[in-house]
Design a protein around this ligand. Structure first.
Ligand SMILES: Cc1cc2nc3c(=O)[nH]c(=O)nc-3n(C[C@H](O)[C@H](O)[C@H](O)COP(=O)(O)O)c2cc1C
Length: 214
């Protein structure tokens, strides 16, 4: 097996200075996201979402960021999935983006709420028809399924039940969540593990910024 202890990169692509930071972390994030979107990365809008259940047991998975507004970061999923059950018991989460070619990481933490039904309906109906059917087929998401054929048969039955051109109703168990970010961290890799890190923490109506030790 490869000796992992000998593998290392020294990041040298860029630096992040206090003077570079925008006062509003959402603007800072939007700027970095735009750069990632322009950098020909594979799904730079994918983020790892960490949740925990009532006992504190953590779990993490990847979801797609579907909106950035001053209200927060929005993603869509199944309310009865593992993450959905965690969020019912403990409605807070942290997300992380790692844009390796840019040598950047962003973390965002905050309480989580469900997005309004009208917003979830609007997003559900712009998704491709097959994705809409797949949301129905994965009920409840994260439950065991005996085999691939069972899943395909469920999809085929849904396909037959909803003729092309008809509106497929959004399942009541599927919708959006919003992370109302109270803490952001922007990380830029630097040579020799002397990385630049800045944390924005909510303070009244504004944000307090600290540089953090790498
Ligand atoms: C790139 C990528 C994007 C994904 N996007 C989503 C998503 O937006 N929503 C979702 O529910 N699952 C998404 N998944 C699947 C989740 O990672 C996960 O397997 C699923 O939601 C079940 O997670 P849970 O059992 O922890 O609830 C994505 C997976 C990958 C690899």
């Amino acid at each position: 097996m490869t000796d992992l202890t000998s593998l290392r990169l020294s990041y040298a692509r860029a630096e992040l200075r206090r003077a570079d930071l925008k006062a509003d972390p959402f603007a800072q994030f939007q700027g970095w996201l735009d750069e990632a979107l322009g950098a020909d990365l594979l799904e730079p809008y994918a983020m790892q979402l960490a949740t925990a259940d009532a006992s504190g047991r953590p779990s993490i998975r990847t979801v797609l960021l579907r909106g950035v507004t001053p209200e927060g970061l929005t993603f869509y999923t199944n309310f009865e999935s593992h993450k959905g059950r965690d969020l019912s018991a403990n409605p807070q989460a942290e997300v992380v983006f790692f844009w390796a070619p840019l040598e950047r990481q962003v973390r965002a933490f905050g309480p989580v709420s469900r997005v309004p039904d009208s917003e979830a309906d609007a997003y559900y109906h712009v998704r491709p028809r097959d994705s809409q059917l797949a949301a129905h087929a994965s009920d409840p998401q994260s439950a065991p399924v005996p085999d691939r054929a069972t899943l395909e048969a469920t999809f085929a039955a849904l396909d037959a039940r909803h003729p092309h051109g008809t509106v497929i109703p959004r399942p009541a168990f599927w919708g959006g969540y919003r992370v109302h970010v109270q803490e952001w961290e922007f990380w830029q890799g630097r040579p020799n593990r002397m990385h630049d890190r800045f944390r924005y923490a909510r303070q009244g109506d504004g944000w307090h910024i600290d540089r953090l030790l790498p």
